[in-house]
Design a protein around this ligand. Structure first.
Ligand code: BES
Ligand code: MN
Ligand code: ZN
Length: 494
């Protein structure tokens, strides 16, 4: 998609489609009023009869007889005074979905008719770009008959002259974020027989080839063994697919800046292992590498926008399968940190790969470490499918992540990491066990990880509820790439 900023009157611009906001009540935007005059009051009549709807996120089409605009796409914004950031996002999503499915090859968005209540032009442009790119996303890699892509190829965001540079910056930033989200979605949507740990390693190298600011390497099982990653290797033990620890370095800042590290859970298929999962919906466990995929997407976004930060991505990739070689409940393994773990449930495998990856992070002398994982079903019970679970050993880091989630609409919600929960991990036979029972499953999983993150500021994002959608529209969401990118951009010094 080609985006640009337009500072002239959007009505005077020849286009296939002009996107205009409509509010409840009488006082409409200047763009609306001008269009209504041009259409000799027909728009006003359609609005009062309810044929053009001002209900939040409702869309209506109109074909004007006069002027150089072929179609008008009206999007309802509800009551002017009540339009919130979330409401704007909902309206943008709906309008961009209608646009992407229409016959229009190009479009102009009348930003001033949409940015009510002091919503910022740059911020609004970001939301529009991400909404349109998401609406246009198709995953047909595995189909022999390809889907028809959208007709839209060019979008002009018309705004105030003063906002031109903010709109242009937003276009560049959101374009990069959307590209990162699409990579995250593609990797997530690929089936487990294609997207293996080795496939992820190859993708990392391919990405580093494409972007000179990225460097990638992948360790194999022999190296993991030498590092003492007994916990990580216990997860891949039952699989014919060897585990990989993938490291991708993005250098956008100067040498003096300590890196921020992102650690992704990359279980390319989670059958549960010997503690086998029930069959229903098990296919969705191909998404158990969405944390890893979000690390890929975030690094791509940063490289694409040439962000001046240093970031290291560490991906713990393995397949969790039952077999004669698989780890059994009761087995005890030694982690890279030296701490021992009694594995009581082989389905609590995410923490087993992450703990060693987190110890590995110490070598980067990180400024902060954030791990991203589809870690617990309990997180879906606690927060549903709207918020990422956030747990951290540092309040400042937690606040920065929460704020990044809020402003991008890719929200997280903090859960406590109190010492009282730690005793649920006591084991009679090892330093700890890998499950903490049914109460507070998301918290005890984070408690487990916290025992490997004592040397740096750390946060854990449990994305079990947000990484993909189930049901008819099954597919990866691209979350939390917007949150992570926003957070890292906020860490730019100076
Ligand atoms: N990958 C799953 C968590 C998961 C389940 C994410 C469903 C999204 C949807 C994880 O490896 C797992 O199996 N966790 C167990 C932990 C339990 C055995 C302590 C769970 O949540 O049931
Ligand atoms: Mn599992
Ligand atoms: Zn898992």
């Amino acid at each position: 998609m080609n985006y640009s900023a337009l500072s002239t009157d959007p009505i005077k611009q020849k286009s296939d489609c002009l996107v205009v906001g409509v509010v409840e009540g009488k006082s409409q935007s200047a763009v609306w009023t001008e269009l209504d005059q041009q259409c000799k009051g027909v728009l006003g009549k359609l609005l009062s009869s309810g044929d053009i709807s001002s209900k939040l996120a409702a869309t209506s089409w109109f074909y004007p007889q006069e002027g150089g605009v072929k179609r008008l796409l009206f999007v309802g914004l509800g009551k002017e005074k009540e339009l919130s950031e979330a409401g704007f996002r909902k309206a943008a999503k709906s309008a961009m979905q209608s646009l992407s499915k229409s016959g229009a090859g190009n479009a102009v968005v009348a930003l001033s008719s949409l940015t009510l209540n002091a919503l910022k032009a740059g911020w609004a442009t970001e939301q529009l770009v991400i909404a349109l790119e998401s609406a246009c996303y198709i995953f047909d890699n595995m189909k022999s008959e390809k889907a028809t892509p959208t007709k839209v190829s060019q979008v002009k965001v018309a705004g105030d002259k003063r906002d031109k540079s903010a709109i242009e910056a937003a276009i560049a930033k959101a374009g990069a974020v959307a590209k990162g989200m699409n990579l995250t979605k593609d990797l997530g949507n690929l089936p487990g027989n294609v997207c293996t740990p080795d496939y992820l390693a190859k993708q990392a190298k391919a990405l580093a080839k494409e972007y000179k600011s990225l460097k990638a390497e992948a360790l194999g099982e022999k190296e993991l063994k030498e590092l003492g990653m007994g916990s990580f290797l216990s997860v891949s033990a039952g699989s014919d697919e060897p585990a990989r620890l993938i490291v991708i370095e993005y250098k956008g800042g100067d040498d003096k800046q300590k890196p921020h590290v992102l650690v992704g859970k990359g279980i390319t298929f989670d059958s549960g292992g010997i503690s086998l999962k029930p069959g229903e919906g098990m296919d969705e466990m191909k998404y158990d590498m969405c944390g890893a995929a979000s690390v890929f997407g975030t690094l791509l976004a940063l490289a694409e926008m040439k962000a001046p930060v240093n970031v290291v991505g560490v991906i713990a990739a393995a397949e969790n399968m039952p077999s004669g070689k698989a780890t059994k409940p009761g087995d005890i393994v030694t982690t890279m940190s030296g701490q021992t773990v009694e594995i009581l449930n082989t389905d609590a495998e995410g923490r087993l790969v992450l703990c060693d990856a987190l110890t590995y992070c110490e070598r980067f002398k990180p400024e902060t470490v954030v791990d991203i994982a589809t870690l617990t079903g309990a997180c879906i019970i606690a927060l549903g499918n709207h918020a990422t679970g956030l747990l951290a050993n540092d309040d400042k880091l937690a606040d920065a992540l929460l704020a990044a989630g809020e402003s991008t609409g890719d929200r997280a919600w903090r859960l406590p990491l109190w010492d009282e929960y730690q005793t649920q991990l006591d084991s009679n036979f090892a330093d700890m066990q890998n499950i903490g029972g049914r109460p507070a499953g998301t918290i005890t999983a984070a408690c487990f990880l916290s025992r490997f993150t004592k040397k740096y500021r750390w946060a854990h994002l449990d994305i079990a509820g947000v990484a993909w959608t189930s049901g008819k529209d099954k597919g990866a969401s691209g979350r939390p790439v917007p949150l992570l990118t926003e957070y890292l951009l906020g860490q730019v010094k100076g």
